[in-house]
Design a protein around this ligand. Structure first.
Ligand code: PGA
Length: 260
């Protein structure tokens, strides 16, 4: 596990974008796992800049998003479909047929979840999965007590997550109770994982995920078993780590060939 404490969320986001860009340049047909929420927005902004100013080419890239609200169609302003097109896809040359999100309007939810898992497999699996982290340690919408082997399925949100996400909804609008989300097991199969978490509100979750025991009560802690997981923090989200000085030392002394 790599733990990188960045001076600012902006610096962390640049690093994540450089990792994604390096992957896409090395393998233009990469399969990217993407996330929504506040944390990845600056990463997407930087990828858009790289596309516009440096010609970063997404024409052969395939994407799979982590999750979607059940009951929200693509046209709903708070749907993750809309979030992704607004914040990234419409500004780059990704092909719409290569973009995948769970279907928030699925009538047969189990069949739709199975089809999503199959589509990931048929695409060759996810090369790099971008993740945020909930203040309760969730990844995607795998709330505490999610099985660490779970696959794409329906989940019920906790009140804490509904309230954390309320700002993405209009005044007086209900945050849905149900979502479709990749499982922890699905995420663990990505060949590389980059998790972003910034601000004081993420400090407990980051410390529990990185230094606590592996437990389904902190789904992000499953990443301790991942072969290539990188946690990108800022000063505030790293404030509860016990080994902060060591992670800084490791990063400052990385051999040149390991740098992105
Ligand atoms: P955030 O959400 O990026 O909006 O903080 C992360 C999450 O809940 O997974």
């Amino acid at each position: 596990m790599e733990v990188i404490i960045n001076p600012t969320p902006e610096a962390a986001s640049q690093l994540a974008a450089r990792k994604i860009a390096a992957l896409v340049r090395a393998n233009p047909g990469s399969v990217l796992g993407l996330a929504t929420g506040g944390s990845p927005v600056a990463v997407y902004r930087e990828l858009i800049r790289m596309h516009q100013q440096e010609g970063l080419d997404f024409s052969r890239v395939t994407t799979f998003n982590l999750d979607e609200y059940l009951g929200l169609g693509p046209a709903h302003p708070a749907s993750y479909f809309n979030f992704m097109w607004t914040n990234l896809f419409q500004h780059i040359n990704v092909r719409p047929e290569r973009v995948h999100l769970p279907d928030g309007l699925a009538e047969n939810v189990p069949a739709s979840c199975l089809a999503y898992e199959n589509a990931i497999r048929e695409a060759g699996g996810i090369d790099l999965q971008l993740l945020g982290i909930g203040s309760d340690g969730h990844i995607a919408f795998n709330e505490p007590a999610s099985s660490l082997s779970s696959r794409t399925r329906i989940k019920t949100l906790t009140e804490r997550t509904r309230s954390d996400n309320a700002s993405f909804f209009g005044e007086g609008e209900e945050v849905p109770h149900h979502v479709i989300t990749m499982g922890v097991g699905t995420i663990m199969e990505a060949r590389e994982v980059v998790l972003l978490g910034f601000g004081k509100g993420k400090a407990d979750a980051m410390a529990a995920a990185i230094e606590g025991p592996v437990t389904q009560m902190v789904p992000a802690s499953a990443l301790q078993f991942h072969e290539r997981a990188c946690f990108l923090l800022d000063e505030a989200s790293s404030s509860k780590l016990q080994r902060g000085e060591y992670y800084r030392h490791v990063f400052a002394n990385k051999p040149a060939w390991q740098r992105v």
